[in-house]
Write a protein that binds this ligand. Sequence first.
Ligand SMILES: NC(=O)c1ccc[n+]([C@@H]2O[C@H](COP(=O)([O-])OP(=O)(O)OC[C@H]3O[C@@H](n4cnc5c(N)ncnc54)[C@H](OP(=O)(O)O)[C@@H]3O)[C@@H](O)[C@H]2O)c1
Length: 350
Amino acid sequence: MNPTDTGLKAAVAGATGYVGGELLRLLSDHPRIADVRGFSTTAAGRPWSEIHPNFLNRPDQPVFDAFDAGRVGEWADIVFLALPHGESQLIIEAIEEGSPELVVDTAADFRLNDLDLAEGAYGEHQKPELLGSFANGLADIEADALAGATRIAIPGCFATATMLSLWPLASVLSAESHPVCWAATGSSGSGANAKTTTHHPFRAHNFYGYSLGGHRHEAELEERLSEWCGPSAPSCSLLTHSAPMIRGIHATLRVRLADPVDEPMELLYAAYSDRPFVHALDQPPRLASVVGTNHAHIHAVARDDGHEVLVLTVIDNLIKGAAGQAVQAMNLSFGFTETAGLEQMGIAPC
Ligand SMILES: NC(=O)c1ccc[n+]([C@@H]2O[C@H](COP(=O)([O-])OP(=O)(O)OC[C@H]3O[C@@H](n4cnc5c(N)ncnc54)[C@H](OP(=O)(O)O)[C@@H]3O)[C@@H](O)[C@H]2O)c1
């Protein structure tokens, strides 16, 4: 790869989806991307603005290209896949026949290395031989490992928020720490296709838990915790809730510690002081402060004389939890400035 190359072409597959739309927006303003195309199976020939109304304000009116995996891989230097789970594994070979320099997948297809874990969480895998060949796109933690990566899998949005909370504690966790992360998400987390439980009248003034018997993102947590903590890795329960908002995840992690930690904020400062997108705050974070941005805000509190620690993290699920993290991972892969194309402020009130 040539990091001085300024004329890169980026393709987004699944461009009519919520993550696809955010990728189109972020990549359109990226200083190192010369051309962005949105490839679609359902909207070829129609303006982006018909699906994503924020593009109505663009002076030109780009239209969606018809999706054809071979054509996408041939045209693009970088391919972003924003497809429902299961689709990436069906098209990855055809995409890579065109030899793009980088493929970034926002779905779960290649997030897990272990076949049993992957199939336990998501069912039969069509390309098991490719598991383990994608770099882990947890960009705020894996920055160095992403340099030069040619395949990147972006973690799930709940997994991202939870792992940002767990990572600073990795050195003090044990098998008895029993981490539990209680997390609430907005409706855009379910994608653009309406379902009964995402329909506005059902969702707008409602609040409920789901997948409480075991959320699929727990498999990613298990794999990361075992990398970070070795044989003494605890398993983390993820308790997911649907909140009456459109964007954002608020995650509250609670762990028990045999050896007390009196100043857990020190662990957060040590983990993130040199990271551009994760900010350790001295008060509980507020979701509205990160909505529309690639930033994460995080705070920790000790209880029970330091034997119990709470870590609260907020992110925008579509940006830090998907499209923004994907662009950040691309920046790290190519050796671009890590924050390139990701410096937007959010909006307030939102
Ligand atoms: N939403 C989030 O907060 C979030 C966060 C992290 C990760 N993710 C992951 O990112 C991926 C995209 O999520 P999303 O929320 O953007 O989903 P989405 O809104 O449902 O969009 C997915 C897009 O994929 C395309 N597609 C291709 N084959 C399809 C098929 N068989 N069925 C349905 N759509 C198909 C469609 O675009 P065309 O019609 O243009 O082809 C569709 O708009 C998913 O794997 C999701 O798990 C989502």
